[in-house]
Write a protein that binds this ligand. Structure first.
Ligand code: IPE
Ligand code: IPE
Ligand code: MG
Length: 247
């Protein structure tokens, strides 16, 4: 297998916008639900591939704040899928030393799912092989507004000086507090947009877009993305090593 060249520069944090389940199903003349079901299978396999590649932190986008705009039956199905995923895979994830966290607004989710999420998070809290974040009912603007609201409340209560709010202080209020920023964001299905995902955290992320629909995503797609990432010249506003040498 040619995958995962040992010395290549790996992202500390990989994020994936898993898009294209509906089109995958439509292309096969089956209900959209089938695409979502297959999408979960792909996620299972990708988790293994990501760990094998040596990546320690992975965030996957599985339900956005805006996905409530879909037909009720599809929304209900997606809730059930998350529930089933936690129920059937938690023990194995825990056995593989994976720390699971769910990012998003909890208060809008059915109480049964909230309980499951809390159980999954506390069970795996000390695991260290992979930090897995599932963004579910997640929207970056909501995340940022909620962080601002909490800081404002502390300022009004007199426990926070507004002048002390730096990017670092703000960052610590986000759902991703304590995690490195995503170095690489993959979006599948040939859509070239961010769709309200990790807006703050992606300030210097590299993006990789592929036409592959999420249910068709394989280790080869992952390998391509990681290879492309390793070739990128990340300057963070400064100069590259090459440019420094030419000065
Ligand atoms: C991604 O697939 C999964 C979710 C957004 C829940 P889609 O359901 O968006 O699939 P397309 O984009 O309609 O093909
Ligand atoms: C983004 O996909 C959200 C997820 C993959 C969960 P969408 O399919 O919802 O995004 P848009 O509507 O095409 O921008
Ligand atoms: Mg989509």
């Amino acid at each position: 297998m040619s995958q995962f060249h040992e010395q290549q520069d790996l992202p500390s944090h990989l994020a994936i916008i898993m898009d294209g389940n509906g089109r995958w199903a439509t292309n096969r003349g089956v209900p959209r639900q089938e695409g979502h079901r297959q999408g979960v299978e792909t996620l299972r396999q990708s988790l293994k591939d990501v760990m094998r590649a040596g990546i320690k932190c992975l965030t996957v986008f599985s339900f956005s704040s805006e996905n409530w705009n879909r037909p009720k039956a599809e929304v209900t199905f997606l809730m059930t899928l998350l529930q089933r995923f936690i129920e059937s895979d938690l023990a194995e994830l825990h056995g593989q030393n994976v720390r699971v966290r769910v990012l998003g607004r909890r208060q809008d989710l059915p109480p049964k799912i909230t309980k499951l999420i809390e159980h999954a998070e506390s069970l795996t809290a000390d695991n260290t092989a992979l930090q897995l974040q599932v963004a579910f009912n997640y929207g970056a603007r909501e995340e940022i507004a909620d962080a601002a609201s909490r800081l404002a409340r502390r300022a009004v209560a007199g426990t926070l000086d507004p002048a002390s709010i730096t990017p670092e202080v703000f960052d610590a209020e986000l759902l991703t507090a304590g995690l490195p920023d995503p170095d690489l964001i993959i979006r599948t299905s040939g859509e070239y947009r961010v769709s309200n995902f990790l807006l703050w955290q992606s300030a210097y992320a590299e993006f990789f877009f592929t036409e592959t629909l999420w249910p068709d995503f394989t280790v080869d797609d992952l390998d391509q993305a990681l290879h492309a990432y390793a070739q990128r010249d990340r300057r963070f506003g400064g100069l590259s090593n090459q440019q420094e040498r030419e000065r």
